[in-house]
Design a protein around this ligand. Structure first.
Ligand SMILES: *[C@@H]1O[C@H](CO)[C@@H](O)[C@H](O)[C@H]1NC(C)=O
Ligand SMILES: *[C@@H]1O[C@H](CO)[C@@H](O)[C@H](O)[C@H]1NC(C)=O
Ligand SMILES: *[C@@H]1O[C@H](CO)[C@@H](O)[C@H](O)[C@H]1NC(C)=O
Ligand SMILES: *[C@@H]1O[C@H](CO)[C@@H](O)[C@H](O)[C@H]1NC(C)=O
Length: 240
């Protein structure tokens, strides 16, 4: 609380400077806003960490832009695409009126807390799920976040020969590695989807896909660990 008056004075001073310097106003205000948001939200502490707070709900959607059979002998499939994640962090809120109406900013996601989603049963434990290319996300003044990093997912598959070609089926489990359902969850009322509109593969046709929320317990602990199960059916059509 003791800091608030200082911040107000600071913003007021910048607002005055902005009015004088015209077009640079937005850049100055944006820098000051992004710095204060990052300073106020500890990267190591999740949102709603206080006892009794509701879990952080992460809405996840998957977009697939490429399918490759990586290794026929080991039955490994490679998927390229994006993962869209939305969640809320009340530490990242501000009053747009105090910032010349700025209602959203781009923020480097490696400076704030992000969900530690990972692929369970990945054939390659060294492979990072999130690309290091797109580490910028959008923060809205109400504390909502949107982050859509590129992803590469390796998964095992099985195959069945059909009259139409070879059908590859894969099941991918994605979830937090450390947070149980009391800390992080996937909203059950929303309907996550696998989106293939950006998929332009010729050899493989994505026939069917789904995402469902599941919950698991482990021998270590009594908490429920929620996770998302993604199923995919890919048909490799016969060549004439
Ligand atoms: C997350 O979702 C659960 C169940 O839908 C709800 O009880 C909880 O309040 C939500 N958390 C937040 C922070 O809104
Ligand atoms: C083969 O393709 C036809 C026409 O697209 C479809 O009706 C049928 O269900 C497919 N069969 C299998 C086994 O996928
Ligand atoms: C292949 O994998 C799918 C999805 O994991 C599973 O539903 C199906 O039963 C498996 N089929 C065989 C023949 O193992
Ligand atoms: C698509 O996959 C879902 C989940 O595995 C399954 O319930 C459904 O029957 C499948 N639909 C088709 C057309 O194969």
């Amino acid at each position: 609380m003791a800091k608030t008056p200082l911040i107000v004075v600071f913003v007021f001073m910048i607002t005055v400077t902005c009015n004088l310097s015209g077009t640079q106003c937005r850049s100055i205000l944006t820098s000051s806003l992004v710095s204060s948001l990052i300073a106020g939200a500890d990267i190591n502490v999740r949102p709603n960490a206080d006892p009794g707070s509701p879990s952080v709900n992460v809405s996840v959607n998957v977009m697939i832009s490429g399918v490759r059979i990586q290794d026929d002998n080991e039955e490994v499939m490679r998927l390229d695409g994006y993962l869209s994640m939305k969640w809320h962090d009340s530490r990242l809120q501000w009053e747009p009126a105090a910032y010349d109406g700025i209602s959203q900013v781009r923020i480097p996601m490696d400076e704030i807390w992000t969900p530690d989603l990972t692929v369970y049963h990945s054939p390659d434990s060294q492979q990072k799920l999130f690309s290091e290319e797109h580490t910028i996300g959008v923060v809205y003044s109400n504390g909502d976040l949107l982050w859509v990093p590129k992803v590469t997912i390796f998964t095992y598959y099985n195959e069945t020969k059909t009259n139409n070609g070879t059908l590859y089926q894969a099941k991918i489990l994605i979830g937090s590695w450390v947070y149980d359902a009391n800390a992080l969850d996937y909203p059950q009322e929303t309907h996550p989807t696998v989106d293939h509109t950006d998929y332009h593969g010729q050899n493989f046709i994505i026939q069917n896909s789904s995402i469902t929320r599941q919950s698991a317990t482990y021998p270590c602990c009594e908490e429920q660990y929620p996770r998302l199960e993604i199923t995919l059916e890919v048909l490799k059509t016969k060549k004439d």
